[in-house]
Design a protein around this ligand. Structure first.
Ligand code: XMP
Length: 524
């Protein structure tokens, strides 16, 4: 990759570390998250324009508190410490940090007392978001305080000669409305970084890189129809054309028309070599009688590997086992940056605890193919932009996440062809009403769940006794936490009345008003 301006973010376990990285990239500056104890020499070798120290749940004096390599303060690079980051800076450079006594949490008003390059153009007061227990009580030598909040005398500190800055509050979160401008000042004015990280340049450079790596070899990719694998497919196709073959497995647990749509977009429109495998019967047979959610996931995961393996074998017409096909040397995957970052395993770091239990299509460990992961530098929103620039339709680029085990985790109890039909019909109604009301693309997910709960109803003159459908619509930034969406009653009424009237097998519809945590987004 060409030498972009780069800012390094050391991760001390804050749940907001990735948000900082995204904000920096929104400034079109490439940001890279590294473990908190990355040696200074390794950081220097990356030639970054500056370093940001993230927040974190620890206290600098705690026994296992994560510390950076002290030498990062001697690299001659600008450093911005955020929350725990500023406390570390003070601690390492000779200041003092104490238990705040009173935790400062939530909205606050920052009042600037001196001019500071970080706040250029931002006025004298600013709404900020706080979340810290400890606080600075003595500044390191050479530093001065330039802003305060009701609770912190040292809410902003600086040592402009060495270009060291510290913020007690969180500029990266939306509750600090002008935080983005503040970060812009840091990356452009203080670090001197250039806004040269664009998705256009990413596409060109990545395609060139792929071509060089792959040469005349063939590449295989498991296409699920989700955003990540779709964008990976389009990008690889641009890079190596017909050397790419995609395998799309219909596991019988897809939504209405999903298989047809994927074949239309990738096969017909993009003219990508696509092997469509209808393995519905195979999956459904294995799932017969299974009601335990974890068992369902396991069966589906394992079966996927077998089916994928068979497909690759048959593609090159030989019977060698386990995807060691001489024709294909590379396996491409739509791995994203958040999957790659090593979360800091510190007690109290929610980001570390909620490790995704569900990466789709886990492939065999003894797989001999070399991995190609062209999206592993990108965040989801960047992937969407790449997809759009490559000409993928909005319905793919902006689509909602859909779980790997598909409708299996939305049918509570046994999965049968009949119950799949019922859920598909209900789900189609949810999606089409959400789209018609212009809500579909505004929410994280919106879908139907089929419950094995029968209740009594009345239709015309007849008594009914049928299943219940739960409608789940949530908003979320990343799926880790979520809240149910306050949809207009009229829209809920339309969804409910259509499901109960049109879907044979459902006579009651309920709306799920559980947030995550303590609930999860999917029901299983
Ligand atoms: P939960 O239900 O854990 O879901 O709150 C969080 C997000 O992950 C999606 N999800 C999955 N995605 N394979 C996937 O690829 C899975 O097994 C799986 N389970 C849940 C879910 O749709 C939500 O966006």
């Amino acid at each position: 990759m060409a030498a972009h301006s780069r800012v390094v973010i050391l991760d001390f376990g804050s749940q907001y570390t990735q948000v900082i990285a995204r904000r920096v990239r929104e400034c079109q500056v490439y940001s890279q998250i590294l473990p908190h104890d990355t040696p200074a020499a390794e950081i220097a070798a990356l030639n970054p324009k500056g370093i940001i120290l993230s927040g974190g749940p620890s206290s600098v004096y705690a026994k296992k508190a994560p510390h950076p390599d002290r030498a990062i303060f001697s690299l001659g690079l600008p450093v911005l410490g955020i929350c725990y980051g500023v406390q570390l800076m003070a601690h390492f450079l000779g200041g003092k940090v104490e238990h705040g006594g009173k935790r400062e949490y939530g909205h606050g008003q920052l009042r600037l007392t001196h001019k500071c390059a970080l706040f250029d153009g931002l006025g004298k007061t600013m709404d900020v978001w706080n979340s810290h227990g400890d606080k600075l009580t003595k500044l390191p030598k050479g530093f001065r305080a330039i802003g305060r909040t009701d609770n912190s005398e040292y809410a902003v500190i600086e040592e402009p000669k060495r270009r060291f800055y510290g913020l007690q509050f969180h500029p990266e979160v939306v509750h600090t409305p002008r935080g983005k401008e503040l970060l812009e000042n840091f990356v452009y004015e203080i670090c001197g970084a250039a806004p040269d990280w664009t998705m256009g340049s990413f596409i060109e450079e990545t395609c060139a890189g792929i071509r060089e790596k792959v040469g005349s070899d063939h590449v295989i990719l498991g296409l699920s129809g989700g955003v990540d694998s779709s964008v990976a497919a389009a990008l690889l196709h641009k890079a190596v054309g017909d050397q790419l073959t995609c395998v799309f497995v219909n596991n019988g647990l897809l939504r209405e028309n999903e298989a047809e749509n994927v074949q239309r977009v990738f096969g017909e429109h993009f003219k990508i070599k696509l092997k469509y495998v209808d393995a519905s019967d195979r999956f459904l047979k294995k799932l017969k009688g299974v009601t335990d959610p974890e068992k369902k996931r396991k069966i589906i995961g394992n079966e996927f590997v077998y089916v994928f393996d068979d497909a690759v074998k048959s593609l090159a017409g030989n019977s060698k086992s386990k995807i060691q096909n001489p024709k294909f040397k590379w396996l491409a995957q739509g791995t994203l940056y958040p999957d790659v970052i090593e979360s800091v395993a510190i007690a109290g770091n929610p980001a570390a605890l909620i490790k995704s239990h569900h990466n789709v299509g886990g492939l065999p460990k003894n797989m001999k193919l070399k991995l190609l992961e062209p999206l592993r530098e990108l965040f989801k929103d960047e992937v969407r932009e790449v997809g759009a620039q490559l000409g993928l339709p909005r319905e793919i680029v902006q689509r909602q996440p859909f779980p790997g085990p598909g409708l299996a985790v939305r049918i509570l109890g046994e999965i049968t062809p009949e119950r799949l039909r019922v859920l598909r019909e209900a789900d189609t109604i949810v999606v089409s009403e959400m789209k018609a009301a212009d809500w579909y693309y505004k929410v994280w997910q919106s879908f139907a769940v089929l419950l094995p709960v029968k209740s009594v109803g009345v239709m015309g003159d007849e008594r009914t006794y049928e299943d219940t459908c739960a409608v789940r619509v949530v908003e979320s930034q990343d799926g880790m936490t979520a809240d149910w969406v306050r949809l207009p009653y009229d829209l809920l009424a339309r969804i409910s009345s259509r499901i109960v009237n049109e879907v044979k097998g459902i006579n009651r519809c309920v709306y799920d008003i559980t947030s995550k945590p303590p609930g999860t987004i999917e029901w299983e």
